[in-house]
Design a binder for this molecule. Structure first.
Ligand code: SAM
Length: 350
């Protein structure tokens, strides 16, 4: 880590070093997914999750009047499982498949290697940055992407705003310190009054940077962005920062580079940012209704028809994890933003 003794880092810089430092970062040296990792994501729970996303993409493309060339971009593809299943589904829709240019944006060199191995023989471009994308209609998909980006925390105390930092010293463990800031300067940079009716702010500068580029692409060439993430609708932002080490919660400043640091997205804030960037919010719902509206239960019924009981039970057990309200069903939210003249609500209405 490039942190000198007695140094101070803003929280987002600290998280960046903990997760993405090219040598010691959590995502740069190991596979966090599955039984031996720290967590499991929806595509790794059931292939039906990725099948539903694939069908949704095809329907979205049809809604755009089947453009002959079309970009699909997965943001942060993890172990490549979702893209593997999505392409398998596309194999059954050849007209669509011939129009679709598949791209992945992935920061971790380690995970990129895993993705390339899993997706070998598939026609995929790994992007260095989003500006490389050709100017054609595009659909961006981020499943648990934005919650993996570093965040800042701002705290209001006695009518003044402070930014959370991490202080290092030779004598003791790193600790949080809050430093007085000029909120107006930050708001000028962000482009809107993020502190309006808030006592606590959690936001990712990188999320804003990505959404600026993505919205520009969508506004000039048509398309949309589908965001699926751990998050909440409430207007009041709260402290949701957490660290997970070996499947258990961990203090955020402990086990540097060994633990995942994540947060819950304020979808209200994301909505404000997207609207400011001139996109239209076409749909907002939770993962349970999105997947059931797309027919995940009907699909499970069809594929499990002639299977023995144990296999059938396994399929339904996995789906329950995805849609149960006490599991991922209500904790995960889904949002679609498009350019102004798109009208597409599949997955968001019954
Ligand atoms: C929580 S994982 C989710 C992985 C996958 N979407 C899934 O559902 O299994 C976050 C992913 O985003 C990647 N990532 C994080 N920051 C990134 C960035 N700035 N650019 C591209 N990828 C990034 C991580 O390396 C990882 O692959």
């Amino acid at each position: 880590m490039r942190i000198k003794k007695k140094n101070i880092l803003t929280l987002d810089k600290y998280i960046y070093e903990a997760l993405y430092n090219s040598k010691s970062g959590y995502y740069m040296k190991g596979n966090p997914f599955g039984k031996n990792g720290d967590y499991i994501t929806a595509p790794n729970i059931s292939i039906l999750f990725s099948e539903m996303i694939a069908i949704w993409i095809i329907l979205f493309w049809e809604n755009l009047k089947c453009p002959k060339k079309f970009n699909l971009i997965e943001l942060g593809a993890g172990n490549g499982e979702m893209m593997k299943q999505i392409i398998k589904t596309f194999d059954r829709f050849l007209v669509f498949k011939n129009c679709c240019k598949i791209n992945i944006l992935e920061k971790s060199i380690y995970l990129k290697k895993i993705q390339k191995k899993k997706l070998k023989n598939r026609n995929i471009k790994w992007l260095k940055n989003l500006n490389e994308l050709p100017n054609i209609p595009s659909i961006f998909i981020g499943n648990e992407f934005f919650d993996a980006l570093p965040i800042k925390q701002l705290i209001k105390k006695n009518n003044e705003w402070y930014e959370r930092n991490v202080k290092f010293s030779q004598l003791s463990q790193p600790k949080f310190i809050d430093i007085l800031i000029n909120i107006k300067k930050i708001e000028r940079k962000i482009g809107f009054k993020i502190s309006h009716k808030q006592k606590f702010i959690e936001y990712s500068p990188l999320l804003i940077e990505y959404l600026k580029i993505i919205s520009k692409k969508i506004n000039s060439n048509s398309g949309g962005i589908l965001i699926i993430d751990y998050g909440y609708w409430n207007n009041n932002m709260k402290n949701t920062l957490k660290s997970i080490y070996n499947h258990k919660f961990n203090k955020v400043l402990d086990n540097f580079g060994q633990s995942d640091i994540t947060y819950n997205l304020s979808f209200n804030l994301v909505k404000k940012i997207l609207k400011k960037l001139n996109l239209k919010i076409c749909g907002m719902t939770n993962q349970k209704s999105f997947l059931t509206n797309l027919g995940i239960l009907k699909r499970a019924e069809i594929i499990s028809k002639n299977l023995p009981f144990s296999k059938k039970a396994d399929i339904y057990f996995r789906i329950k994890r995805l849609i149960d309200k006490n599991s991922m069903g209500e904790l995960f939210k889904v949002m679609l933003a498009t350019n102004k003249n798109v009208n597409f609500q599949t997955g968001f209405i019954n």
